[in-house]
Design a binder for this molecule. Structure first.
Ligand code: HEC
Ligand code: HEC
Ligand code: HEC
Ligand code: HEC
Ligand code: HEC
Ligand code: HEC
Ligand code: HEC
Ligand code: HEC
Length: 409
């Protein structure tokens, strides 16, 4: 009888505890927010952290307690996470993602855009670039969007499995100037992933190649703009100098400008051979988990050569436009330090320069990014072919402008 009673009590206790587990963690925050933001509460309760006793107040503080003092709730930054996840936060901070805001807001054209496009509201550049750390001033001006980590593990479930899926990268790595998602997903690698499913060990995903071992420090050898220094190949170096001039990083005599400091601060390019080679060696090792080392090296070197070939076309187009300035056919717009200036993007004041910017930011990108992501169609038809077409267009337009000027005399 006694034993039966003990068993009964034990069973009840077990039942109670499993019931309270199913109902989830309790707190003043959760109690009220079940009515205010039920979705947020549900996602939090479904996530791993709530199961380990993390409460809303762990990340948002306890100062806001009532319905009318929500302003007192703190908004997290990576510092909030670093107390418990210092490894991921340190890695992240050493990598390129942390510099995303700095790089974008340093663009000369940033200042000319309305706040809705580049500021809080996160509808344009800022929506993707908020993955980077903001300046102190902006951090306080912008109430939301300083968390950074929620770019891949979205709140409030903060799932590891979500971040491991390549689709977690597609919101940003797509479209006009960096269609890595489109390139990868229609390459052999991406196709195998789609055919064999998430669990496939045969198919490398974005994370396999760029976050190996869960390393939150993302960085590639060439980077976004595919510019490196030094360069042994004299012709290629000559073309790169022309491109760097059009970016305002070198002046017309080839001397570095203040923009080189931005390049350094934003780690926009690898500036020593060692820096470049370190990332390259890491990548070859990753390929070599599945392919032969010679095969992998050969593939990457072939893609390097695509950069050299597109740079030749790019430099020729730039020189054509530089010539128009030299001969007084185009006039440097007021407030511009350099002309032509590729970093003014679509703020360019003539259609030849609009063509030049699209050539640089869309076609040149697609040609080499397609080559690195095993996507021949992007490399050729969306990259190389329009490079050639646009060079011809620029030449024709330059001739027309020169003829118009001569006719006026
Ligand atoms: C009595 C109800 C109540 C309690 C208790 C409560 N909240 Fe809130 N909370 C609200 C309301 C109402 C809002 C405003 C929702 C809105 O309009 O955006 C809010 C907003 C928030 C926001 C969003 C703030 C913003 O700037 O967008 C956070 C974060 C938050 N609460 C966290 C907490 C945390 C953490 C606790 C516990 C320490 C807590 N809440 C306790 C009612 C409550
Ligand atoms: C692990 C940390 C963490 C925990 C725990 C957490 N939050 Fe948040 N919360 C965040 C982050 C990160 C943001 C995004 C901040 C930003 O955009 O700057 C956020 C934003 C919010 C917002 C405003 C954005 C929106 O989508 O409405 C509300 C409301 C909110 N949290 C409520 C809660 C509530 C309620 C809980 C508990 C059930 C909770 N949070 C638990 C990290 C957390
Ligand atoms: C007070 C400590 C603490 C804080 C602060 C904290 N976490 Fe966690 N986090 C944990 C614990 C504990 C786990 C569960 C670990 C486990 O079970 O393996 C976890 C797990 C995670 C996971 C893995 C979830 C999964 O599905 O495996 C992610 C991602 C994560 N946290 C992100 C964040 C982010 C982003 C922040 C800041 C906005 C944050 N955490 C703040 C303690 C914390
Ligand atoms: C919220 C948008 C966003 C998401 C999501 C995102 N990224 Fe990025 N990523 C960026 C931005 C912006 C940059 C450029 C940062 C810079 O260079 O200043 C970048 C840069 C990179 C780079 C470095 C390129 C270089 O210049 O060397 C790699 C690699 C990368 N991301 C991989 C990934 C992977 C893999 C994922 C998914 C697991 C991912 N990213 C998810 C926005 C994002
Ligand atoms: C759809 C998301 C998205 C939007 C919108 C976006 N970017 Fe980016 N941006 C990225 C990603 C992703 C990268 C890295 C791509 C790569 O390395 O191939 C990047 C790279 C950059 C870089 C190069 C950083 C470096 O260090 O190499 C600059 C500068 C930049 N973006 C500025 C801007 C500006 C200015 C705008 C608005 C006019 C903008 N971006 C709009 C996602 C975006
Ligand atoms: C570019 C996408 C991306 C961003 C941004 C990101 N993570 Fe992750 N995170 C991942 C991926 C991918 C994994 C899974 C790694 C693996 O396979 O081991 C992961 C795993 C984790 C884990 C689980 C580690 C484990 O071994 O269980 C934690 C904790 C975590 N991230 C915290 C953070 C924090 C904190 C930040 C902000 C500094 C952050 N992450 C930003 C992609 C990201
Ligand atoms: C098979 C490995 C592999 C996969 C899978 C892969 N990449 Fe890459 N990625 C590379 C290589 C190789 C480079 C060029 C590295 C260099 O600069 O030498 C690169 C470069 C990049 C860059 C820098 C700019 C560029 O395109 O050259 C970004 C950003 C990037 N990858 C993002 C992604 C994203 C997002 C995915 C998934 C949609 C992805 N990658 C899938 C191997 C891969
Ligand atoms: C997780 C394994 C894995 C990794 C890592 C990997 N690959 Fe692959 N790759 C494959 C498989 C499987 C195929 C399809 C079978 C084949 O052609 O070998 C493939 C195919 C290819 C192809 C042929 C594409 C085509 O359209 O015919 C190239 C080129 C290639 N990989 C290059 C690379 C390079 C370069 C890297 C490193 C940056 C890399 N791979 C990393 C598994 C991998």
């Amino acid at each position: 009888m006694n034993i039966l009673r003990i068993l009964l009590v034990l069973c009840c206790a077990l039942l109670m505890s499993s019931l309270s587990f199913a109902a989830g963690q309790k707190s003043v925050c959760i109690d009220c927010h079940k009515k205010i933001t039920p979705g947020v509460v549900q996602q939090h309760l479904d996530g791993k952290m709530s199961k380990k006793g993390i409460d809303c107040s762990t990340c948002h503080g306890s100062e806001h307690k009532k319905a009318d003092d929500a302003k007192l709730a703190k908004m997290p930054t990576p510092e909030t996470c670093s107390g418990c996840h210092s490894k991921q936060v340190d890695q992240f901070k050493a990598g390129k993602h942390n510099l995303a805001w700095i790089a974008a807001s340093a663009m000369p054209m940033w200042a000319h855009q309305p706040k809705g496009v580049v500021g809080e509201g996160y509808k344009g550049c800022s929506s993707c670039h908020k993955i980077g750390v903001k300046g102190e001033k902006e951090k306080y001006e912008y109430h939301y969007g300083n968390a950074q980590c929620d770019s891949c593990h979205t709140r409030h479930s903060f799932k590891k499995s979500e971040a491991q899926d390549p689709r977690a990268c597609q919101t940003c790595h797509m479209g006009f100037d960096h269609p890595q998602w489109e390139m990868w997903s229609t390459s052999k690698h991406g196709s195998i992933w789609q055919i064999e499913g998430k669990g496939s060990k045969r198919a490398p995903t974005c994370q396999t190649c760029h976050m190996a071992g869960g390393d939150h420090n993302v960085m590639t050898s060439w980077g976004f703009l595919a510019l490196r220094l030094p360069e042994d190949d004299k012709d290629w170096l000559n073309d790169r100098v022309t491109i760097l001039q059009a970016l305002g990083v070198l002046d017309d005599k080839g001397n570095p400008t203040a923009r080189l400091d931005v390049v350094k601060a934003g780690k926009v390019a690898r500036l020593t051979k060692e820096e470049f080679q370190k990332e390259r060696d890491k990548m070859i090792k990753i390929c070599a988990n599945c392919h032969g080392t010679s095969y992998a090296k050969n593939q990457l070197e072939a893609a390097d050569m695509v950069i050299k070939d597109v740079d030749k076309i790019m430099a020729e187009a730039i020189r054509e436009v530089q010539g128009l300035y030299k001969d007084g056919i185009l006039k440097k717009p007021a407030n511009w330090t350099f002309a032509p200036d590729l970093l003014q993007f679509y703020e360019a004041k003539s259609s030849v320069e609009q063509d030049l910017y699209v050539m640089f930011l869309e076609y040149r990108m697609r040609a080499f990014q397609g080559a690195f992501h095993m996507n021949p169609d992007y490399m050729h038809w969306y990259g190389w072919a329009p490079m050639k077409e646009t060079l011809q267009k620029i030449k024709d337009e330059a001739e027309k402008l020169r003829a118009e000027k001569a006719a006026k005399k």
